[in-house]
Design a protein around this ligand. Structure first.
Ligand code: SF4
Length: 337
């Protein structure tokens, strides 16, 4: 079967409610540059079927930066790397709330409080984050989420009771590639955090980062893990190599490769939020708006953890030009298909 017919067959199967296996997903990635335009279009058709012509924006604050004892090869905040990334303790509560208000004004529906480190490790910090979550719930219309590293059920309950709706925790890459990226904690620790969050009824935002040297088979492996975990939204990050990190010289991605990843993820995770986050500007360059034509349903606006994003007004203009609807983060975003 030609690759074009194969793309049509797979998109019809997905829209009919079927799921792709790993081999089928990898074959999609072998399309030529010309045939990838069809792949993107069919991924967008799948998004439109399950979600509609809608997009959501999220924003984050790097609420505690640097000195992380983990050794993630891509990360500027690891103590193993001499990256010059900012180092500071948990920022004060008023500042976290102020940034939530600004994020809401910029159109974000979800605001993530992100801290470096294996986990949030003392009650004082967790108390402060919980207070901020409660204030954001009462003082803004934005949905607060947290990314505080590895947590257990007890911490998940405290965050939920404070008003947090979504916990974010990335698995970063495929299980088979993870030992190449991090050796200071186990993949199972990340999976346990996701289980803890889900077990108390939180929504889970969980994805990973591409361009670390993984194969396309491993990208598909991660997507299938995410499908099995039943996560709610999936951030797709593309490596922006930072000097001083282990992967400072990695330069594995092209814009078309990024768009292919997005599309294949849409085929594999048809009704999930796929949000393009870190590395968008560097890796997509002039093709940034194509992420939505390739099946994405969200993006991060504003700055990333240790690298700057572009002005939010440019993202808003991009979405106006695409004539896509922007919606809040945590409502029911499924389209009545
Ligand atoms: S990715 Fe997270 S856990 Fe890994 S080094 Fe960076 S801050 Fe630490």
């Amino acid at each position: 079967m030609s690759i074009r017919n194969f793309i049509f067959e797979m998109s019809s199967k997905v829209i009919a409610g079927g799921g792709l296996d790993a081999e089928e997903a990898v074959r999609l990635s072998t399309a030529s540059a010309a045939d990838r335009l069809l792949l993107f279009a069919e991924a967008a058709r799948i998004r439109d079927h399950f979600i509609g012509n809608r997009v959501f924006l999220c924003s984050i604050i790097n609420a505690k930066s640097g000195r992380c004892s983990e050794n993630c090869a891509f990360c500027a905040q690891s103590v193993y790397h001499d990256s010059g990334a900012p180092v500071y303790p948990l920022v004060n509560e008023d500042e976290m709330v102020r940034c939530a208000i600004l994020a809401e004004q910029d159109g974000a529906g979800c605001y993530g409080i992100v801290t470096s480190g294996t986990g949030i490790n003392n009650n004082d910090e967790l108390d402060r984050v919980c207070r901020v979550v409660t204030r954001i719930k009462s003082e803004t219309g934005i949905s607060p989420s947290c990314s505080l590293g590895i947590i257990d059920v007890e911490k998940a309950v405290r965050l939920k009771n404070a008003g947090m709706e979504t916990y974010h925790h990335n698995i970063e890459t495929a299980r088979s590639f993870f030992p190449n990226i991090c050796t200071t904690h186990d993949y199972e620790d990340d999976l346990a955090t996701i289980s803890a969050a889900k077990s108390v009824g939180l929504k889970v935002c969980c994805g990973g980062i591409f361009g670390l040297g993984e194969t396309f088979e491993q990208r598909v492996e991660m997507a299938i893990t995410l499908r099995e975990l039943g996560v709610d939204s999936i951030p797709l990050n593309f490596l922006n190599p930072v000097a001083g990190t282990l992967l400072e010289k990695a330069d594995n991605l092209t814009p078309m490769e990024c768009l292919t990843i997005i599309s294949v993820y849409r085929f594999l995770l048809p009704d999930k939020r796929l949000s393009v986050c870190g590395g968008r500007e560097r890796n997509l360059r002039e093709l940034q708006s194509w992420i939505f034509l390739a099946g994405a349903s969200g993006t991060m606006t504003g700055n990333y953890l240790t690298t700057p994003g572009r002005p939010p007004e440019l993202d808003k203009q991009m979405l106006r030009d695409l004539e896509m609807d922007v919606e809040g983060c945590c409502g029911d975003y499924k389209h009545d298909a």
